[in-house]
Design a protein around this ligand. Structure first.
Ligand code: FAD
Length: 112
C-alpha cells in the first residue's frame, strides 16, 4: 500500500478499538492473543521501517495485557511515541478518555 497515512489511521483505529473492547479481566489465553497481535504487527505491518521501529519500541516496552486499562493505556503510549517521532501532538493516556474515543463515543455496532 502506498498511503502510509491512511494505513496508519486504520491500523491505530483497529488497535485502540481492540484495546477498548479487551476484557477487564482477560484470561491467560486472551492475554497471549493480545501479545501475539502486537508482536505480529511488529513483523507484518506493511510499512517496513514503521514495523522495525515498532519492534524496537515493544522490546523496550513490552505489551501490558493484564487488563483492559493496562492494554488501552499501553497502546496509547505506543501511539504517543510514534506521534512524538512524527511531530504530532500526544494524547492523554487515561482510560475514560480512551474508552470515550474508541468505544462509548460511537454507536455500538457490534454489541446488540
Ligand atoms: P493518527 O496518528 O493515525 O491517529 C488517528 C487518531 O487516533 C487521531 O485522530 C486521534 O483521535 C487518535 N489518537 C492520536 N494519538 C492517540 C493516542 N496516543 N492514543 C489513542 N488515540 C490517539 N508513520 C510514519 O510516518 N512513520 C512511522 O514510523 C510510523 N509508525 C507506525 C507504527 C504503527 C504501529 C502504526 C499503527 C502506524 C505508524 N505510522 C507511522 C502511521 C502514523 O502513526 C499515523 O497513523 C499517520 O501518520 C496518520 O496520522 P494522523 O495524523 O492521521 O493520525
Amino acid at each position: 500500500p502506498c498511503d502510509r497515512e491512511e494505513l496508519g489511521r486504520s491500523s491505530w483505529s483497529l488497535l485502540h478499538t481492540i484495546a477498548a473492547y479487551y476484557p477487564v479481566q482477560p484470561s491467560e489465553q486472551q492475554q497471549q492473543h493480545a501479545r501475539n497481535l502486537v508482536e505480529s504487527m511488529a513483523i507484518l505491518y506493511p510499512c517496513e521501517h514503521c514495523a522495525e521501529d515498532f519492534a524496537k519500541t515493544i522490546k523496550q516496552h513490552p505489551p501490558r495485557v493484564e487488563s483492559q486499562e493496562k492494554f488501552s493505556v499501553w497502546m496509547c503510549e505506543q501511539h504517543n511515541m510514534v506521534n512524538e517521532k512524527l511531530g504530532k501532538p500526544s494524547l492523554k493516556c487515561q482510560l475514560p478518555l480512551l474508552l470515550k474515543r474508541w468505544r462509548t463515543g460511537h454507536k455500538d455496532c457490534w454489541e446488540d
